[in-house]
Design a protein around this ligand. Sequence first.
Ligand code: G6P
Length: 489
Amino acid sequence: CEHNDPQSTKLRLLVVANRLPVSAIRLGEDSWKLDISVGGLVSALLGVKEFETRWIGWAGLNVPDEIGQKSLTQALAEQRCIPVFLEEETAQQYYNGYCNNILWPLFHYLGLPQEDRLATTRTFQSQFDAYKKANQLFADVVLQHYEEGDVVWCHDYHLMFLPKYLKERNRTMKVGWFLHTPFPSSEIHRTLPSRSELLRSILAADLIGFHTYDYGRHFVSACTRILGLEGTPEGVEDQGKLTRVATFPIGIDSDRFIKALELPEVQYHIKDLKERFAGRKVMLGVDRLDMIKGIPQKILAFEKFLEENPIWRNKVVLVQIAVPTRTNVPEYQKLTSHVHEIVGRINGRFGTLTDVPIHHLDCSLEFHELCALYAVTDVALVTSLRDGMNLVSYEFVACQASKKGVLILSEFAGAAQSLGAGAILVNPWNITEVASSISYALNMPADEREIRHHHNFKHVTSHTSQEWAATFVSELNDTIVESKLRTRQ
Ligand code: G6P
């Protein structure tokens, strides 16, 4: 199943990402339950019509035995997925360690962990070694499945060594790399001990993509300032050879959300939520429970708003969906306790016998429930301290055709650069500004809401995830790889 359909004349696209769009639960020695995710990249790739897609990614769990590995590989093949198996220690050091404890905070301007800077160089080194080892294992699997003419698209900060490892073993392979997070200012990137090696590895790709022009500009500056290479409007030049760097802002599958609103089960949830929140305005936050999302800042701004606007108390509710994530990383555990503490304090302060101002849930919602919640919301609050794009803001807009609610959006989310004037842009660190934006949004006249919504809706429905993927893949496929042959360092 994982090989090309012999009848098909389509080119093959190998999508390589840390996670497969399927999560596996082991039921027995050789039996598996697969949960298939239909969101994000999966629907984006439906736009890449002229290619047949295969996914390569980490199975997401430890499968030490051969029977398990074989049976899972077979089960996944039906979904056109190919697993990469990482043994537990490597996965822990690569994923929880180097990816989520070092690169993720650094790329979001939170700096390197203090203890790694000071004492535990060994930990840092072993996490870096595991990162390279994991990238090698990904490269091995790609090469096992690669067929002449395939196009290989590597995703995200987990796989920055992959372009180099692939090109070292096959120079004519077409390799693209896309970063889903911000790429930080070169002054931040240069604090990373492995800064040069990482840049050179990414530069081995034929096409490098970012969500915003600024992220690409930071990357090019890092290459010029740290590696001494030349930046051009097209990308980065090394000894006369160019690696293309370009902007490809991602979108959502807006039709999926718009159509869902008509489904009876979504209508049912909408009716139910309207009854439950009757007489109150609904404000909404939907975030992974991650420090980059600015959840404490959002909640503190809401508190300030209630403090300063007694007239709104009991007339507005903040629903915060905080989806647990990376729960083995200590920083994330600390954040959960911190958020619970401030939510408890504010509910204690402003709640009544029968009601609380913040409904905070540590869970994800079913797609239908989420659409309904977006649809009944009056004001969505996205207060990311940094965020590659933030598609929650797009999803909210897609579900607001009838309500025309207001979007308060952090200027540090990539989405601020595309939605711009349609949203109320805020600096999430400025609690006073966010509090007064909440007040402005709740009191906004209908004609202003309409104009802003129209602007956002037009953007969200005309810059879809399908178009994003199709553009990247077609530009990658058009790359003339021969022109990039060179001695790589
Ligand atoms: C971000 C990253 C993705 C990642 C996602 C969820 O959006 O860019 O690559 O998959 O977060 O994080 P997780 O660590 O659970 O995969």
